[in-house]
Each structure stands twice: as structure tokens, then as C-alpha cells.
Write a new protein. Structure first.
Length: 69
């Protein structure tokens, strides 16, 4: 129960503290190197409404496993 309460309280803290950074939500990008590049590519496709750009370094293209994983 303590863990659930701490998670709930920390999520509220994260919401309030992120407002202080003055983030332009139309210019959010994601990037990754090697295996992080694969994840960044997946995020960019899956959440294309959130990310305006992607930087992929030393990784593969989207859907390279073609469902075989």
C-alpha cells in the first residue's frame, strides 16, 4: 500500500514540476543509439502525434523483425 501511495504522490510531483520547464510541445523529438535507436524508431511511429522528429544512430529501420520476435 505504501508503494502505491508513493507512486501516486510522485506522479503528481512530476506533473507539477514539468510545467516549470516551458517545453514547446510541437518540438519534442526522440533519439537513440544502437538498441535505443530501435526503441526511438518504434516510439516515433507509435506516438507520431507526440514526436516531431527522430534521431537514429547505429540502429535498424522500423519493423525490421517483421513480427518474428
Amino acid at each position: 500500500m505504501k508503494v502505491a501511495l508513493m507512486l501516486l504522490l510522485s506522479s503528481f510531483y512530476g506533473i507539477n514540476s514539468s510545467l516549470a520547464y516551458n517545453i514547446d510541445q510541437s518540438k519534442i523529438s526522440v533519439s537513440g543509439i544502437s538498441s535505443g535507436s530501435y526503441m526511438a524508431g518504434q516510439l516515433h511511429v507509435a506516438l507520431s502525434g507526440t514526436f516531431s522528429g527522430v534521431g537514429l544512430v547505429a540502429g535498424g529501420p522500423y519493423y525490421c523483425s517483421q513480427g518474428s520476435v
